[in-house]
Design a protein around this ligand. Structure first.
Ligand SMILES: C[S@@+](CC[C@H](N)C(=O)[O-])C[C@H]1O[C@@H](n2cnc3c(N)ncnc32)[C@H](O)[C@@H]1O
Length: 328
């Protein structure tokens, strides 16, 4: 095959997502160097690269131009979102011996929404959010269990990442007069909460709870439901210290969250988060949505490190776990 014909075949197989057949177009010792990544050497590794790429995102190549010059072919391409690039193919004896590709990785990730800003993530899903949460039995059951575990004498409650207030539905059934302060960074989630609980004793604050000052010795109970599985160790311990300080002496913090059961799972999510953030050039402290759940043991360790004396797992179903931490 001449370079132009080979590139046409390459595009056809690329658009089929056929890793096996596309790698057949390469010599055994071919090199594929997409300049945003390290060069990949050898047909087998090129095959693995295509398997990985095709599984990550929908890849579509629209040909803009194909040029040929001796044993070189040049492909100018775009995708349906208008993302553009070009590739140079050195073709010897009808197979690719060397390929170099030029495209912008950051634009690629942004166009593919690899990580979304935290508030955008929830606001973009506002219409389906509650249905999604309530469709999961372990989340649904957790709301009921969570309210049961609330101390009977709770009067002044702080709810971190209160969202649309799904956990408050059950809490108000048990304690209709409870005084609630809810903090969330999404105005749309808070607006929905406000509409649902008109007439209740609720004070809503739009803020990042990692930065907001909760004050000292104010709340008898602090809660969080499915919101804290996005942050690194240090950030969480700092937040737990703020919660500890905001509680009255015999106060309690009750958390229900997505947790994992092995260190390997925890490490996997944490590394993946770091990798994606680095690839997307996200700065420390910028809040993007990615799940980094911790093991139950590490959760308990962080709470104790923050000062809580009595920390206990109270309930779990699938990966939803409730932990109670008593101040003294
Ligand atoms: C999965 S929702 C849970 C909402 C509610 N607790 C529930 O169970 O329905 C997570 C919520 O946490 C909020 N959130 C995440 N990180 C936050 C932060 N650093 N500060 C304030 N709110 C945050 C999001 O905006 C979202 O509303």
């Amino acid at each position: 095959m001449k370079p132009k014909q080979l590139i046409e075949k390459w595009v056809e197989l690329f658009n089929q997502g056929n890793a096996e057949k596309i790698s057949e177009l390469y010599h055994e010792n071919a090199v594929n160097h997409q300049v945003v990544n390290e060069p990949i050497e050898g047909k087998q590794n090129i095959y693995k690269m295509f398997c990985n790429d095709f599984s990550k995102a929908e890849m579509v190549c629209i040909v803009e131009n194909i040029f040929e010059d001796g044993d070189w072919g040049i492909l100018e391409w775009k995708n349906p979102k208008g993302f553009r690039g070009c590739g140079f193919f050195n073709v010897i004896d009808g197979k690719i011996i060397f390929q170099r590709g030029y495209w912008d990785k950051l634009t690629f990730y942004k166009l593919n929404n690899m990580l979304e800003k935290m508030d955008d993530f929830f606001e973009n899903r506002i219409d389906s959010y509650e249905e999604h949460m309530m469709s999961e039995s372990h989340i649904r059951n957790g709301y009921i269990k969570f309210a049961e575990l609330l101390p009977e004498n709770s009067r002044v409650l702080l709810d971190l990442g209160c969202g649309t207030g799904l956990e408050l539905v059950e809490i108000f059934k048990r304690s209709p007069a409870i005084n609630v302060t809810g903090i969330d960074m999404s105005q749309k989630m808070l607006d929905k909460l406000q509409q649902k609980f008109a007439g209740k004793n609720i004070n809503l604050i739009k803020a990042n709870y990692l930065e907001y000052d909760f004050g000292k010795h104010i709340y008898d109970t602090v809660i969080s439901y499915q919101t804290l599985h996005h942050f690194e160790y240090e950030e969480k311990i700092k937040l737990y210290r703020k919660i500890f300080n905001a509680l009255v002496p015999n106060g309690q913090y009750i958390e229900c969250d997505y947790m994992v059961f092995t260190q390997e799972e925890e490490d996997f999510h944490s590394e993946e988060n770091k990798k994606l953030r680095m690839e997307q050039g996200i700065k420390d402290g910028e809040l993007y949505h990615y799940d980094i759940p911790y093991t139950i043991g590490n959760q308990i360790m962080m709470l104790k490190k923050a000062g809580f004396k009595n920390v206990k797992e109270e309930w779990k179903e699938k990966n939803a776990v409730i932990i109670r931490a008593i101040k003294y």
